[in-house]
Each structure stands twice: as C-alpha cells, then as structure tokens.
Design a protein around this ligand. Structure first.
Ligand code: BG6
Length: 487
C-alpha cells in the first residue's frame, strides 16, 4: 500500500496507557513497514505533565520502545520514527492553550487527525476547544471506547461532538473490528459460495460467540468496577461480532453498505423482556482461584474494587434475531475475565442430517460444526463425520483445519495499525456509526437496568474456570453446551 497523502496525527493523552501500549507502537509499525505513511506525515503529541519535546522523546524511549517489537527494535527505523514526533504542551483544563495547537498546526498540508486517547469526560471539552480555534475543519476525530455509560450519556456525547464534527469526520473505535480474523470472517462469508447457502435458520441450529480472557482487571479496577463486562465487552465487541456473523451480504465493502447491514441486525435483536432476564442472561463475578498453576485473588479484593462490589466480570446471554434468516436460532454470547483460557471464537452448530441412513452415530452432535477462532491463533475448523476404519459403519467426528499462518507468513497487522491507517486514509467501514452504537445501547439497557435494580448479587465462579454453572445450564435447556476445547 503506497500513500502520498500527508497528515498530522494529533494525539491527546500522549502519555497515557493506550498511547504507550497501542497507538504509538502501531504508528511505529506502519512507519517501519515503509510506504504506509506519507514521509511528510507528523505525529503531534499533546500532554500536560511533560515539559517539552525532548522530555516527551525521553518518555517515548523509556515507555513505548519496550512495546514496539518482541523481536528487537530496528534502531534506524526507530530513530526516523522519532523524527516524526512533535510535542505541544496543553492543559486540557485551559481552553486558551489550544491557540498553541492551532499555531503549531497552521500551514501544514494534508488531513488532521485528532485522536482522543483520553477519558470520555474530556471528549466534549476537547471538541469545543478545537472548534473555538477553527481546528474542526478538514479534520477527523477518533473517539475511544467507552463512549458513554448508557444510551443517554452516549447520546449526550454524540450530540455534542456531532455539533462540531460531521458524522463522516467521526471515527469511533472498536478495536475488534480491526482484527485480521474479523476481516477474514467477511472474506469467508462473502468470498466463498460454500457457506452462504447454509448460513441460515434452515441449516443452523445455534451459534456461540465467546471472548474469554485469563487476565483480570489489572490496574483498571476503579474503571472496571464502574463499568462491568456488559458495558466493557458486550455492548461493543460482542454485538459487533454478532452483527458481522449475522448480517446480510452487503452490496459492496464501502463503509455505509457494511454498516447499514450491521445496523439491520442490531435493530432486529429481539428486545429483552425484563421478566425473562433470569432465563436469558447470566452474570457472574470471579472469586479466588488459580490460572495456569498460579493462585489469583477474588475480584472484590482487587485494587480499586469495592469489597462489596456487585459488578459483573462474566456475562452469558441468549440472543435472538427477529428476521427471516435467523428467526428461532439462538445466539449464545459469553465473555468473562479470569476464565480458564484466553480464547475468542465463533462456533456455528449446523443441524444434524434430517434422516440417518447411516445409523444413530450420524445424528451425533459435535460434527457439522464450523469453528472460527479469532485468537490466540487464527484458525477455521470444519467438523464433519467420517467413517471409522474397520468393520461396520461407525461414524466419528474429524475436522478440516485451516491455519492461516501456514498460508500467510507475512503481512499480519495488529488491529490498531489497521485502524489508524484507515483513519489517516479516510476509510470508515471499520468504525462504528452513531446509529449502530445507539442500537447496541438500546438493546443492552433493559439488562443493565434490571441488574442495577436487582438485589441479587452476580453468581460466583472460581477464577480459572469457565464461569458460573448457570451459563452452562442456559445452553443445556437448548440441548447444547459451550464448546470448550484445549488451545
Ligand atoms: C477492551 C476491554 O476493549 O478489550 C478490556 O476494555 C479487554 O477489558 C480488551 O481486556 C480485550 O481485548 P483483546 O484484544 O485483548 O481481546
């Protein structure tokens, strides 16, 4: 990918965790790869607690460099990357400081990108301050999640930002959309004729989507305790994955064709009746346990977490989509911290054959299944039944394995790298449109409200397990179980 479109990438929250771990390393990778960023493109970091550029570069060397490459840093590329970096000291509490930014940006060629790697409470003040010095023209703005706490607060941010920037200038990040395997899901569904005819209620019995983490809340106890898994993972990542799995073939891959189709799915989600929540939603919280042989503490004892917290660290849901393609097919979603394994995958369980001429073993579960694993390793596995060798007709489950690293050894891109290049190049398809975000909040809100009102605590599960037993019981009622395979 060659580019000559110049840009200035302004990074608010330039010394924050996200800048350190994700944004600057991703920009470095794009720089190192060559040809992805215009030579004249600059990064302007904005921060308050740093004196000047020299100090900022020291910070980048100390904190960002360790995150850029597991296999050692290319020093020449690193030095030329640092040449791209400029610095403006701004106190975000002081809107007059934005004249410094305006002066620093004046006369530069190309597009301006303002990346707000800050807390959401700063989104609106920053946008106002940018507008007050005329910096909202010829610009793009990138908003990180969490964008609001519920529908009302997310609307308030979107309304305020929307008065300053047009929707096509706004890039709402959901980093799951930048993951290579999520892109591959689109390729699998819409690049092959094989799966699409089967991708519907007539042939699909149920679908599972799991994002399981071994990690706990790390240093984010305070944030997480006010957020919980439903807001942190379901409202965004899981519902985005669901919409890609379930959407109709888009007319093209342009941004609005794809987002229109995802929106249709989100709007077709069967609303949750608060009286049914106990049947279709399970929330859990981890207690002390062990992960890979090490003891880990209970959530409620993590730093920043209230000892009597009722915040959920695990969610399992049964979701239905009210349209012709999917009516009656349960989609089971689940996510959690401190689970038995780190894995993100989509499991499509096809129906058994309608009549078995081959005996009862042809009706067994476990075959007729497609497993799309997004991480830790990207694979697609198609489980089929085959005859066991020897006498008689006994069938057993076997699988066709597609491991992408066997086919493509190079060119893998981290989610943030892809997304940042898309912002710089004005490609919106992998960013969440306001109406999608609203539809997702609208759907999760009855669950949030019901849980907030309920005096029942989340169900406990031991760290290092697959969550509360109730999550398995929910699937058992539908004659199925979560797929939990070894990595
Ligand atoms: C983030 C959540 O959006 O996604 C985190 O805020 C979570 O809590 C992370 O750990 C998971 O992302 P990934 O890419 O590591 O699966």
């Amino acid at each position: 990918m060659q580019t000559d479109s110049s840009f200035t990438f302004v990074l608010f929250g330039g010394t924050g965790d996200l800048s350190m771990r994700k944004i600057l390393p991703a920009l470095f990778e794009a720089h190192r790869a060559g040809g992805m960023l215009a030579d004249s493109g600059k990064i302007v970091a904005v921060a308050r607690h740093v004196a000047d550029r020299a100090d900022y570069i020291d910070w980048v060397n100390e904190h960002v460099k360790p995150h850029v490459s597991k296999n050692g840093v290319d020093e020449t590329a690193w030095a030329s990357f640092l040449d791209r970096i400029e610095f403006v000291k701004i106190d975000l509490g002081n809107p007059e400081d934005f004249t410094l930014l305006r002066d620093a940006l004046s006369g530069r060629p190309g597009i301006r990108v303002f990346y707000l790697a800050t807390g959401p409470s700063l989104f609106v003040p920053i946008c106002h301050a940018l507008a007050s010095v005329g910096l909202n023209e010829n610009s793009r703005i990138v908003l990180e999640k969490p964008l609001g706490y519920d529908l009302k607060s997310s609307n308030a941010i979107n309304d305020a930002v929307g008065e300053i920037f047009a929707e096509e200038q706004i890039y709402r990040i959901d980093h799951y959309l930048g993951k290579e395997p999520v892109q591959n899901l689109l390729a699998l569904r819409f690049g092959n004729v094989l799966f699409e005819p089967l991708w519907r209620r007539e042939w699909v019995e149920s679908i599972q989507i799991t994002i399981a983490e071994e990690l706990g809340v790390e240093a984010r106890g305070d944030f997480y305790d006010n957020t919980g898994a439903l807001r942190d993972m379901v409202q965004n990542h899981l519902l985005q994955l669901l919409s890609i799995v379930a959407m109709e073939p888009p007319h093209s891959m342009d941004s609005d064709s794809v987002r229109d189709e995802k929106l249709r799915v989100l709007r077709a989600l069967k609303p949750i009746d608060p009286r049914d929540i106990g049947k279709v939603a399970v929330r859990g919280q981890y207690h002390a346990g062990g992960i890979r042989g090490s003891a880990v503490p209970a959530y409620a004892t993590e730093p920043g977490v209230k000892p009597d917290s009722t915040t959920e660290t695990f969610v399992a849901l049964k979701v239905e989509i009210e349209n012709w393609r999917w009516a009656g097919v349960p989609f089971f979603l689940r996510t959690g911290k401190r689970l038995a394994d780190r894995v993100a995958e989509i499991v499509v369980n096809f129906r058994a054959v309608p009549h078995s001429a081959l005996g009862a073993s042809a009706l067994r579960g476990g075959a007729n299944r497609l497993v799309i694993r997004l991480q830790p390793n990207e694979t697609i596995r198609l489980y089929c039944l085959a005859k066991q060798p020897g006498e008689g007709m006994n069938l057993a489950s076997v699988h066709l394995d597609l491991a992408f690293d066997r086919f493509f050894r190079e060119g893998q891109m981290e989610a943030y790298q892809r997304l940042l290049l898309d912002v710089i190049n004005g490609r919106l398809a992998l960013f969440v449109r306001r109406d999608e975000q609203e539809a997702a909040w609208r759907w999760v809100e009855p669950i949030l409200n019901e849980w907030a009102a309920s005096n029942k605590p989340p169900k406990p599960y031991a760290a290092g397990t697959w969550g509360p037993a109730a999550a398995s019981a929910m699937l058992a009622q539908h004659g199925t179980c979560w797929l939990e395979e070894e990595n």
